[in-house]
Design a binder for this molecule. Structure first.
Ligand SMILES: C[S@@+](CC[C@H](N)C(=O)[O-])C[C@H]1O[C@@H](n2cnc3c(N)ncnc32)[C@H](O)[C@@H]1O
Length: 256
């Protein structure tokens, strides 16, 4: 492991705004933030641009960035400490375990910011808008709580629209091309993330969806039909391009 990563891992151990795989947090977030303001999660937060940006925009709400990579969330956590942004914090964990960290109704909103689109059809159940994950979000979101997806992937955007349609979720906003909409873009969508700048999908577009969930758990009887749709209607994923090698000989990963 690189020296920089080691330093960051060591640093976040003492950061008061970072919790790593904590236990017993369900029902305790008000105590953690020392207020009872509504809580928004940013899942797959990476460096936490949305967690920090929204916290600055909404001082009377709490924000929690969630990612399994400590060296990435270090960036947002450090900025929050340096700028004394007390309503932003970070949880290092696997999103698959998200329901164990909150009581029902403890989360007001969820942002999914450029999550991995998992383009290989064999991996589509790992998409963060797959019904498997939506069922987890249902366990923690308050009634009417909203989910926001921002992505540059047309595949993930279309897939999420299928999920919204097939499982009768309530679509609140839908933009196929945020920057081409008539009228001013809303402030939340102006926040720029690391992956947004990388433009990996090279779609030339930022897609945005917001939707809310029904009270009842999503029915399982649509899961097979969704699988069929992915198999038959999605384009084949692009060939994997080998990342260029750095001068040290190790593959270049622009996103650590
Ligand atoms: C494509 S990056 C996006 C990061 C950031 N939101 C951005 O826009 O720059 C996806 C992030 O999801 C995180 N991630 C992927 N699967 C995860 C999981 N199951 N649990 C926690 N984090 C996960 C990765 O560590 C990575 O930081």
């Amino acid at each position: 492991m690189g020296q920089k990563k080691l330093i960051r891992f060591e640093a976040i151990r003492s950061f008061p705004n970072v919790l790593q795989y904590p236990e017993g947090m369900a029902g305790q977030w008000g105590r953690f933030y020392k207020n009872d303001h509504p809580l928004t999660l940013e899942l797959a937060c990476g460096k936490g641009e949305y967690t920090v940006g929204l916290a600055q925009m909404y001082p009377h709400r709490n924000f929690l960035g969630v990612d399994m990579k400590g060296n990435r969330l270090y960036i947002g956590a450090k900025k929050s400490l340096q700028e004394n942004i007390r309503n932003a914090a970070f949880l290092r964990t696997h999103i698959d375990k998200i329901a164990s960290y909150f009581n029902k109704g403890e989360v007001a909103e969820i942002w999914l910011t450029f999550p991995d689109p998992q383009l290989r059809k064999s991996r589509f159940t790992r998409r963060l808008t797959h019904p498997k994950f939506i069922r987890l979000y249902q366990q923690i979101l308050k009634p009417g709580g909203c989910i926001h997806l921002k992505t540059d992937s047309p595949v993930l955007y279309q897939f999420t629209k299928w999920v919204i349609d097939m499982y009768h979720l309530t679509l609140l906003e839908d933009s196929d091309h945020v920057h081409a909409e008539p009228g001013p873009i809303k402030d939340e969508l102006k926040i720029n993330t690391h992956y947004e700048k990388l433009d990996i999908a090279q779609s030339g577009r930022i897609h945005y969806l917001s939707f809310s969930l029904p009270e009842q758990p999503l029915p399982a009887d649509q899961d097979a039909a969704l699988h069929e749709r992915v198999k038959n209607e999605e384009p084949a994923p692009p060939e994997r391009v080998r990342p260029p090698r750095t001068s040290s000989g190790s593959p270049h990963t622009p996103n650590n």
